[in-house]
Design a protein around this ligand. Structure first.
Ligand SMILES: Cc1cc2nc3c(=O)[nH]c(=O)nc-3n(C[C@H](O)[C@H](O)[C@H](O)COP(=O)(O)OP(=O)(O)OC[C@H]3O[C@@H](n4cnc5c(N)ncnc54)[C@H](O)[C@@H]3O)c2cc1C
Length: 406
């Protein structure tokens, strides 16, 4: 899947006329996934922006005709905002993955490995696992079925299933992935658990079923039951971090930091910045050893960073580099010093691997006299402030705002 901005814009322009049919067809998984946009990777790295997609949807269609589509695009921002208010959910999930890998009985880990490899013995679920391993993408329904099979069918810990997705999905997102897994497990929205059923697969995913399949009886409606999952994570909200929404040029030399949470600085508050240098860092060691990312996923991160840096270089008229780092914070500090910068500016990373770097980066840049100045898109600040509780109160308010914009 090509996640560059040019490819994403092309895909979006082709999909725009189809958004009015989206609500009717989106749940049906068909070959080539033509019922859905396949924009998730580009939206995750922001080589295309939700703001563009929403504005162009409202420019081309009435709100009512495109409501289901707009709602799904806004789910992503809702999850992001929910997690921004609970950064501990991300760090506790990462810790749980490490603990489970170290402490679970060998036979359970071996079973988990076989299910991930597409060797569970339930052929339709194994086709989904292999599709993920081979393509780095799954339709939403396939993600729900497989996650439910993992949690409620195989009774494996959701945290390890979420880690498997995080390592292989090209659109892997700290918020959408972790919180969707929690939702399937029944811990994100108390009282709501998602159960995979054969009748649902027959209706929406018949391509995954073949005559004479092994194991399908395990998914027969009468055989599947929700298992009770204990919520071990602290989900109490904290105040949202505050960032300015405007960028004001200050005297001195500025460098622009590009990172995987937002790769379109030429649109929005940073458009008018005048950086003397710009860079993005990719850290193979952290990606491989700490997160265990698949080679396809590593490649996609490199591709989007290169794409973001090339576009930004052209927009700002200055040299840009993608730095291969062992320690991304140390590299950024070195880059700031080599370029004699007074300040590093960028979009505020969100909760996740890049967000984890911010406090150390701020401290170590500060120690060499370089200020870190982060801004937040106004549309993110607005959406995140509405995401403190469930999706439906969020959507009621977001819906109102979108209707007013038509
Ligand atoms: C267990 C599980 C794990 C998931 N992990 C991720 C993930 O790591 N990254 C990710 O982007 N999405 C994730 N999703 C949400 C959803 O499955 C994908 O966003 C969607 O399938 C991507 O395909 P698309 O771009 O063709 O979607 P479309 O149906 O075309 O939707 C358009 C856009 O809306 C957003 N969107 C749609 N549905 C959802 C949803 N349910 N939650 C959040 N955003 C949504 C995405 O940005 C998507 O690109 C997960 C869902 C489940 C059930």
């Amino acid at each position: 899947m090509d996640l560059t901005r040019q490819a994403a814009r092309k895909r979006w322009e082709e999909f725009l006329p189809k958004v009015t049919a989206y609500g009717r067809v989106r749940n049906h998984v068909v070959a080539g996934h033509s019922n859905v946009s396949l924009l998730s990777g580009a939206l995750r790295f922001r080589t295309i922006l939700e703001d563009e997609v929403v504005a162009e949807t409202l420019g081309a269609h009435s709100f009512e005709a495109a409501e289901k589509w707009l709602q799904e695009v806004c789910w992503r921002r809702y999850w992001k905002g929910w997690l921004e208010q609970r950064p501990q959910v991300w760090s506790q999930w990462r810790n749980r993955v490490r603990t489970l890998e170290a402490e679970l009985q060998g036979r359970i880990l071996e079973r988990a490995r076989r299910v991930m490899a597409g060797e569970s013995g339930v052929d339709c679920m194994d086709r989904i696992a292999r599709e993920l391993l081979e393509s780095g993408y799954l339709h939403n329904h396939a993600r729900m079925w497989w996650a439910s099979f993992w949690i409620h069918g195989e009774q494996l810990p959701w945290e390890l299933g979420a880690d498997f997705f995080f390592r292989h999905l090209l659109d892997a997102d700290p918020a959408s992935n972790t919180l969707s897994w929690r939702w399937v497990a029944g811990v994100q929205t108390p009282g709501k658990t998602y159960i995979v059923r054969l009748s649902n697969l027959e209706k929406y995913g018949s391509d995954y079923l073949k005559l004479g399949d092994r194991g399908a009886e395990r998914l027969a409606d009468e055989n599947v039951r929700a298992c009770v999952v204990e919520d071990r994570l602290d989900t109490r909200p904290r105040p949202l971090p505050e960032y300015p929404e405007e960028f004001r040029e200050e005297p001195g030399r500025t460098g622009l930091w590009l990172h995987p949470d937002d790769l379109t600085p030429e649109i929005g508050a940073l458009r008018g910045a005048k950086p003397a240098a710009l860079s993005a860092c990719v850290c193979e060691k952290v990606c491989r050893e700490h997160f265990g990312l698949s080679p396809g996923r590593m490649q996609s991160v490199r591709t989007v960073l290169r794409d973001g840096v090339d576009r930004a270089s052209a927009h700002y008229g200055c040299m840009g580099e993608v730095i291969e780092a062992v320690d991304p914070v140390a590299e950024m500090v070195g880059w700031a010093q080599r370029n004699r910068l007074d300040a590093v500016v960028g979009f505020a990373p969100m909760v996740g691997p890049t967000g984890d770097l911010v406090s150390r980066l701020d401290r170590e840049l500060g120690a060499v006299g370089v200020a870190l100045r982060l801004v937040r898109r106004a549309s993110d600040a607005e959406a995140f402030s509405m995401a403190s509780a469930g999706f439906f109160p969020f959507w009621q308010r977001m819906r109102q705002r979108l209707m007013e914009r038509q």
